[in-house]
Design a protein around this ligand. Structure first.
Ligand code: FES
Length: 231
């Protein structure tokens, strides 16, 4: 883990990239990992904000939405990280399903660059229409989840922890689940207030083997750790 200062270089109102942050390369999180960040002019703010990768940039990285509204171009940030376990897409994956049910599709779309490097075909599923998706990405509606799950050889999913119950009982999900066995990874959105340092437990998630801390055991888990996926 590294601690250093960064600077908000630019912010964006729309799209899945919220801001461009300049920082030392050692701090750049991998897809699914996070930094804990605090604006220096808000040093009294009690809780640092998590910042996730959306894409790389020459001097740092693009941060995914959501993003603290008080941060503007020029804001200096105290940064700590990278923290947690991110996505680990197999180098052999050639058919990649990316899907997000969260307000932060950039956390999963951060894998686009790795997909491009290994020449993988990409399918994107989201309930919310998005602009600025590369033309090479096939965009499908949520109803296509079972077919896409059958086609893919790797899937990166982003589901808020609070929505797991309703997602896992959705008929579309139940149809897709047998195919997702063995290859899907899931980003579980929880608060990550202390980053595991104070063991506050606010990020606890129920897994097959008991409680896990999303801040340091995740936030990305193998799907089979979280649900009993039929094989
Ligand atoms: S955020 Fe405190 S233990 Fe995970």
């Amino acid at each position: 883990m590294h601690i250093a200062q960064g600077r908000v270089d630019e912010t964006y109102i729309n799209g899945w990239r919220a801001a461009r942050i300049d920082c030392p390369s050692a701090l750049i999180p991998a897809p699914g990992q996070y930094l804990l960040a605090q604006a220096l002019n808000q040093a009294n703010a009690p809780i640092p904000a998590p910042v996730y990768l959306a894409a790389s940039s020459p001097k740092g990285f693009y941060a995914a939405n959501p993003y603290p509204v008080a941060w503007h171009p020029g804001t200096t940030l105290a940064l700590k990280g990278p923290l947690g376990h991110g996505f680990s897409m197999p180098p052999a994956a050639r058919k990649v399903l990316l899907a997000s049910w969260s307000q932060s599709p950039g956390r999963v779309l951060a894998l686009l660059e790795a997909c491009r490097r290994q020449k993988a075909e990409i399918v994107w599923i989201s309930a919310t229409p998005l602009e600025q998706i590369p033309l090479s990405v096939e965009i499908l509606p949520p109803a296509a989840l079972p077919q896409a799950a059958q086609w893919a050889d790797y899937a990166a999913l982003d589901i808020p922890h609070s929505q797991l119950g309703q997602t896992f009982t959705n008929p579309l999900w139940l149809d897709a689940q047998p195919f997702l066995a063995g290859y899907a990874q899931i980003f579980l959105e929880t608060p990550v207030s202390c980053g595991g340092i104070a063991e506050c437990g606010v990020c606890a998630v129920r897994a097959q083997q008991g409680l896990r801390l999303a801040c340091k055991d995740g936030p990305v888990f193998n799907l089979s750790e979280i649900v009993n996926v039929p094989r």
